[in-house]
Design a protein around this ligand. Structure first.
Ligand SMILES: Nc1ncnc2c1ncn2[C@@H]1O[C@H](COP(=O)(O)OP(=O)(O)OP(=O)(O)O)[C@@H](O)[C@H]1O
Length: 868
């Protein structure tokens, strides 16, 4: 019992050796060394003080802020303001070899074969239910290889430090347990001096103990943020690169069920990192405590107590596992619901103007309320499931374990033969000549020490058991983060293989996209709207063959939804080339190709950033472009007033709300003029621009040597283009022609001739319309006043004439107050009251009634024609 710790003797012997070494030097030398050390330390302190004073006198130092440099190896050097200076931070992109090495971990999880055989193809990772199983171990270790890439990495150092403080804390707990026993013993024995000395030691132990506790918490947070940084950068590198995973994830793969990648990255990832960092201390420290305290207890209480304690652990773990709800699955489900709810809000924020115009608040609230109700129902279910489990857990861990603790600590007293060192002490005390009081004091000390050890052990065991729950939750978060990374890997490396490919499915891509061609060429390329994996896509345009060379501007025409924009998606590489060959220049810049989408995207940032997108200011400066050049470009697109109106190039606004539809489109053309690519796809890029400016924009682009491929529904744009591609509609047909060919001219001429014929009749028809108007106004109105003729009345008359025709066929008469419509061949049969209008009318009016049937029909037809 006296020698409770194995570390203590080692430490004290180290200190003793060190003291001996010091004493071996002569006294004068020791004094000199101490003086030199004091002088050096004092000098350093004084220097620091003076420098601080000088800095304060100089005023605020000019600090470099928010600037960055792109290095040749692809890494970025960022200057971040730090205290009075700037700190340099280098961000290295993840190497492609790292992705290659990790692909197997994320695309071939254990059990992948089962999935392959059941679904007929390799696909998304096995959807193992999140929980404490082998899949969790695999997923966690795979993520760990990203979080701690090397043994020499910063995270390893942090974990080492954390371990050091955890071990120190455990050692201090042992010291505290022993001190506790000693203090109580001295108190009971009435030994005042020893008691006061004990209190002094107690306080001196408190200082390193609180420091340890604070460091444990601090390092846990540091580890969490370090893990998060590693994972976030890794995910961003996979998500935002030239493979366009950010687009394909939603539009081709669809593997992220329950929210977009945003929810996974911003919500599930931090939860996972916090949970993983906490796990190390919530599992590592109790584990260490268990080993050390159990050893101590075995020494003082004997093997019987240890066996009992171990059995107790086993039984508790079994019971808690048996009655525990599936925390892992619940955490994953909650994450998914949270994601859906958040997604609804994001959607509303992104489309607030449209919703406001439609007055759709009520509808949106219904969606949001439903999303929240789903989340609430799930969370309430989880909470109610936890009640029973928490009751069981509390009873077992607090009351059951304390009762057993009393039993075990009583072993040396009641069963000294089985009571280890305590039992031996008990036996020797009973045989020795010490009085009863000495035996009781030792018993007291032993009991207090053991009780404290038992309490610490119960605490450690309890935390270990509680951490089963944390572990299950961690399994849920792990599964979410692993799903995200494995889906990204699948999209990134296009890992879709299957023995029986679905037509135009992700595994049925046989075409080629060739970048580096001077022009845009499609050879035998069907335009297919892709279906979400593993479904196949739908063919919109059948095998397309077109070539656009420099200066041969192409206009793509066709009705809505026929697949015009889809051609640009295929050429841009967003949609797969299922068959044939697509050749195009490389992305962006001089000699490259640029795509202006139908909906103009306005990025976060300054006005300058809007014009130079997707460049940033750093790239613009590196390309030696200036603000005055940007101003010229804005002048060209008739937006020269923007810098003054908005407050300069550096002003930041929510540009999508600030600029009008036409202004947005002109900003988009300004981007084109800034980047000056050789080829450009413009998808309905000027539909909101006034016609005078539209022509100017097209002509300017052409003057700058940009070959245009314009997508539009408006044939007026033909005059700015050389070729046209007409998409025909549902059958996927198309026609590619030079604009202004003989065939096109003759078809236009035919159309013109038809129109001219029609125009010739217009005057005659107008004359007739006038006559009919006058006649109608006179005939069909009762009373003396003749109100002006209007359309509604004419339609009513028409309807009545129809009815009269029907009545005539039936040999009936239709009567109505004010207006009487009679049978045409027997007008004389009307009664005096019925023919009110006839009485008030003129001979001209009556003549209508006397018209022959043939005349009437002809007349009516003509009226209809005119009215229509
Ligand atoms: N991401 C997508 N996944 C699957 N189908 C899509 C996707 N985007 C568009 N489609 C479908 O592809 C078809 C063609 O769309 P596209 O945008 O090419 O039409 P468009 O001819 O440009 O029409 P508009 O003149 O209205 O812009 C449409 O039926 C549309 O529903």
């Amino acid at each position: 019992m006296a020698n409770q710790s194995t570390l203590r003797p080692a430490l004290s012997s180290l200190l003793q050796q060190y003291a001996q070494l010091l004493h071996s030097f002569p006294k004068s030398l020791r004094i000199t060394a101490a003086t030199v050390l004091c002088v050096v330390l004092g000098g350093l302190w004084e220097r620091r003080r003076r420098r601080k004073k000088v800095d304060e006198g100089r005023g605020r130092v000019l600090i470099r802020r928010n600037s960055a440099i792109q290095l040749k190896d692809g890494s970025r050097l960022i200057y971040v303001p730090y205290k009075q200076t700037t700190a340099k931070v280098t961000i290295n992109p993840t190497k492609s070899t790292t992705f290659d090495a990790h692909r197997r971990l994320f695309l071939e999880p254990p059990g992948g074969r089962d999935f392959r055989s059941s679904s007929g193809g390799e696909g998304p990772p096995v959807n193992t239910k999140p929980g404490l199983n082998l899949a969790f171990l695999h997923q966690f270790l795979s993520l760990l290889s990203i979080m701690i890439p090397r043994l020499t990495s910063k995270e390893s150092f942090l974990l080492l430090m954390h371990t050091f403080f955890l071990v120190s804390r455990t050692y201090l707990s042992l010291v505290v347990a022993r001190l506790d026993g000693e203090i109580v013993r001295d108190l009971v024995a009435g030994n005042g001096k020893a008691f006061a000395w004990g209190i002094g030691k107690w306080l001196s132990v408190g200082v390193p103990a609180v420091y340890c506790n604070a460091m444990i918490k601090f390092l846990q947070s540091k580890i969490s943020i370090a893990f998060r940084t590693r994972l976030t950068r890794y995910i961003h590198d996979l998500y935002l690169n030239d493979k366009q995973a950010y687009y394909k994830l939603q539009n081709l793969d669809g593997g992220l069920v329950g929210g977009g990648a945003d929810q996974f990255i911003t919500s599930d990832l931090p939860l996972f990192c916090d949970s993983a960092a906490a796990l190390y201390s919530s599992l590592g420290k109790p584990f260490l405590d268990l080993v050390v305290f159990n050893y101590q207890l075995m020494r003082s209480l004997g093997p019987l107590a240890l066996a009992g304690i171990l059995f107790n652990y086993g039984a508790t773990a079994w019971m808690l596992k048996k009655f525990s709800p599936p925390f892992g699955r619940l955490a994953a489900a909650q994450g998914r619901r949270e994601g859906e709810f958040r997604g609804l809000h994001t959607r509303l924020i992104g489309n607030s103007e449209e919703v406001a115009f439609y007055g759709g608040a009520e509808m949106e609230r219904e969606f949001l309320d439903k999303g929240f109700n789903d989340l609430k129902t799930l969370m309430e279910g989880i909470y109610s499931m936890k009640i029973r489990y928490n009751m069981l857990e509390d009873f077992v861990l607090k009351y059951g374990w304390s009762a057993l603790g009393y039993l075990f600590t009583s072993l040396p007293v009641f069963l000294p033969a089985w009571g280890g060192l305590g039992g031996l002490l008990e036996l020797s005390n009973s045989e020795s000549t010490h009085g009863t009081s000495g035996r009781e004091h030792d018993r007291m000390k032993g009991f207090i020490t053991n009780k404290r050890l038992m309490l610490s052990l119960a605490d450690a065991g309890g935390r270990m058991m509680y951490s089963f729950k944390d572990l299950s939750e961690l399994a849920g978060y792990t599964s979410r983060v692993y799903t995200l990374i494995s889906t990204l890997h699948r999209v990134h490396s296009h890992a879709y293989t299957t023995p029986r490919p679905e037509l135009y499915g992700n595994a049925d891509i046989q075409g080629t996209l060739h970048k580096g061609f001077d022009g845009v060429r499609l050879e035998g390329v069907p335009i297919v709207a892709p279906g979400l994996w593993p479904r196949g896509g739908e063919e919109l345009v059948e095998s397309l063959d077109i070539t656009v060379r420099e200066g041969e501007h192409l206009l793509i025409l066709g009705p809505n939804g026929v697949g015009k924009s889809s051609i640009s998606r295929v050429v841009a590489g967003l949609w797969p080339v299922y068959r044939g060959l697509v050749s195009r220049p490389r992305e962006g810049g001089m000699g490259g190709i640029m795509f202006l989408p139908q909906r103009v995207y306005l990025a976060q940032g300054t006005l300058r950033d809007q014009v130079i997108y997707p460049h940033n200011e750093m790239e613009m400066r590196m390309a030696r472009r200036t603000d005055s050049e940007l101003k010229d470009i804005l002048d060209t697109v008739r937006l020269g007033y923007l810098p003054d109106r908005e407050g300069g190039w550096d002003c930041r606004k929510e540009w999508k709300d600030v600029l009008s539809g036409g202004e947005k489109q002109r900003i988009s053309i300004a981007r084109l003029l800034y980047h000056e690519p050789k080829y450009a796809f413009i998808d309905e890029g000027t539909s909101a621009v006034s016609q005078d400016v539209e022509g100017l924009l097209y002509e300017t682009c052409k003057e700058r040597g940009i070959t245009l491929i314009t997508i539009s529904t408006r044939a007026q744009l033909k005059k700015y283009h050389t070729f046209q591609l007409q998409l025909d509609g549902p059958n996927g047909g198309w026609e590619f022609d030079r604009i202004g060919t003989e065939r096109e001219r003759s078809s236009v001429e035919n159309e013109l001739r038809d129109l001219r014929e029609k125009v010739k009749n217009v005057d005659a028809l107008r004359e007739r319309l006038k006559t009919v108007d006058e006649e109608l106004a006179r005939v069909f109105v009762t009373g003396g006043d003749l109100p002006g003729y209007d359309d509604a009345l004419a339609r009513e008359i028409e309807a009545r004439m129809e009815a009269a025709a029907v009545a005539e066929a039936n040999g009936d008469e239709l009567r109505e107050t004010g207006v009487v419509v009679g049978s045409f061949d027997s007008p004389g049969e009307h009664t005096a009251e019925e023919v009110t209008s006839e009485e008030a009318g003129t001979p001209g009016e009556r003549s209508i009634w006397r018209m022959s049937e043939g005349e009437d029909n002809e007349n009516r037809n003509r009226e209809e024609e005119v009215l229509v």
